[in-house]
Design a binder for this molecule. Sequence first.
Ligand code: ADP
Ligand code: MG
Length: 252
Amino acid sequence: MSSTASCSNNKVLSIEELTVSFDGFRAVDSLSLSVNHDELRVIIGPNGAGKTTLLDMICGKTKPTSGRVIFNGIDITRLSEHQIVRSGIGRKFQTPSVYEDLTIFENLEISLPRTHGIYQSLTFRRSRDIVERIHIMAEQIFLIQQVNDRAGQLSHGQKQWLEIGMLLMQESSLLLLDEPVAGMSPREREQTGELLSRIAIGKSVIVIEHDMDFVRQIAHKVTVLHQGKVLSEGSAEEVKRDPHVIDVYLGH
Ligand code: ADP
Ligand code: MG
């Protein structure tokens, strides 16, 4: 689905010595990391480690004090949030924001990118294609049975799925998800894990998460943040064994 043509390497995102300071406090401090195509990266770390702030800088909501964000070889550090979305980065925030009065179908429909060139001329085909795409998406996010129900009737976990579906309709090539399983039942968590693993094929996904069982289920690689810096990086098992990680995060 992604149309990126970076043959030279497999890197989708490179963060280079990114720093943001709020009144002298460095929430993210000279942080570097990179994410590959098809990769599902999980970021963990104690409260206040800078995880959300990092995502805020990738999506342009917060501007760094110094450092760069390179996406598909292009420096996006100074682009607006809107331009960053259009370049292919989608963000899901911690609390779900779906349109409660609209149906699941309608929520997915309004998330379609508006720049499809075929809009005017092929109205009939467009609507048929789009209806099919929306149903496929509803199926993917486990909401096909509810597709004509209003979103307000969904459980908290189902709203999170709907929002992931709304993000996917935008066809972003990099997805940023801040604690997507917060408030979900164990069964919903497992299904979300399957969903995210499926999504990561052909895209890249960065997930912030706390639940280590869930992290182990989904992560290709885990980055541990602490005080705005990378404390450790590796497989879920590797970081779990890292004494520094046990010390500041997992041990207490
Ligand atoms: P995490 O998501 O890892 O829990 P955050 O990125 O939300 O951490 O916050 C990291 C630190 O930066 C916290 O100490 C927080 O209080 C601080 N911080 C975040 N945003 C701002 C802001 N806009 N102004 C001042 N301090 C902030
Ligand atoms: Mg956070």
